[in-house]
Design a protein around this ligand. Sequence first.
Ligand SMILES: Cc1cc2nc3c(=O)[nH]c(=O)nc-3n(C[C@H](O)[C@H](O)[C@H](O)COP(=O)(O)O)c2cc1C
Ligand SMILES: O=C(O)C(=O)c1ccccc1
Length: 382
Amino acid sequence: MPAPPRAPAPAPMTPPTAPLIRLSDLDDAAHAVLDPRAWAYFSGGAADELTLADNRRAWDALRLWPRALRDLRGLSTATTLAGRPLAHPLLLAPVAWHRMAHADGEVGTALAAAAQGAGMILSCQASQPVEAVARALAEPGAGPLWFQLYPLARREDTLALVRRAEDAGCEALVLTVDAPVHGVRDRERRAGFALPPGVGPVHLDGFAPPPPGLEGLLALAPRWDEVAWLAAQTRLPLWLKGVLHPEDAVLAADSGAVAGLIVSNHGGRTLDTAVPTAWALPRMAAALQGRLPLVVDGGIRRGTDVLKALALGASAVAIGRPQVMALAAGGALGVAQMLRLLRDEFTVALALAGCRSPADVHAGLLAEGPGGLPTSTPPAGR
Ligand SMILES: Cc1cc2nc3c(=O)[nH]c(=O)nc-3n(C[C@H](O)[C@H](O)[C@H](O)COP(=O)(O)O)c2cc1C
Ligand SMILES: O=C(O)C(=O)c1ccccc1
């Protein structure tokens, strides 16, 4: 019998966004659509970008000792952060000016975070207001909204910002302490980066700019007494972001003013050649002995990176660049896909390491890596 004539091929269906295979693919997707100056700003690090590269390499260098034959039934990524239940330990790190990546802006990012149960730390340099972001996150099962601060030129302005974050329903404040001056940004300078018209830090409208010159910035650089002052002004827990040294971790705990620390080198954007966060984290955890919860950021791109961060003592991780790359490439939907993928990879990592939950993750899962990273034997009974 002759073969029936072939039906014409259906018109190809283009998915709204290409399937996302791994987080690092978002860089190419964003590069293709972003203005070169915005790309330089979002993707770049400081100077020779050695810390930027080291952040990734330090997670990659760690090797896992998985456990077999564990009972994995009921596996869940659910955890708690400073007592707050979370669907999984993923937060969005504060990143300035989302509207430079996509018109959906921070509200789009927040809708994605809400849909995926992720927490969000809103930058004080955000290009959309905290009230609108808070509404987007006001969903059952949504993660917490935190507000990140740089000290403003006048204390009353800083306080006005704190009140605004409190009134919007933010659950914590984050004082960034690793960027008293702008890092050496070769890539931004080469690209001639400037804020595009119509995008800017909406929370800072009407506030006095920093006094001119280096001495003006140094006068605003937060000091330990500023941390105590800020903590005394608010009922919200105060986290410090950008601490790397174990002795500073101990000072933070001793101050009694600090609720937790974000172990961060600002994604390699401030002091180039600062240690990668995967090196700092276990040493800070050892110095603190559980006195403060730790969140870590910098180069977290894989579910296994999340697992390693928990094994080194973090309670949660924060994601910086992938959120703006995903936003640039696919708007709010892109950010939701990115978070979904990382959650799914983390679920797989838990299962394959023999852990039923984040609480099961411990230092014994880590083998010593090329960077001389710490190792231990699994504690009995785990
Ligand atoms: C484009 C960009 C803007 C950022 N803006 C801020 C900011 O406003 N406040 C802040 O505390 N950190 C800021 N950060 C640092 C991030 O919060 C975070 O520490 C870093 O991006 C984590 O590294 P990752 O990008 O490798 O995940 C920014 C980072 C990037 C990439
Ligand atoms: O670019 C940054 O990393 C950052 O933290 C920042 C600082 C001042 C204004 C905008 C962003």
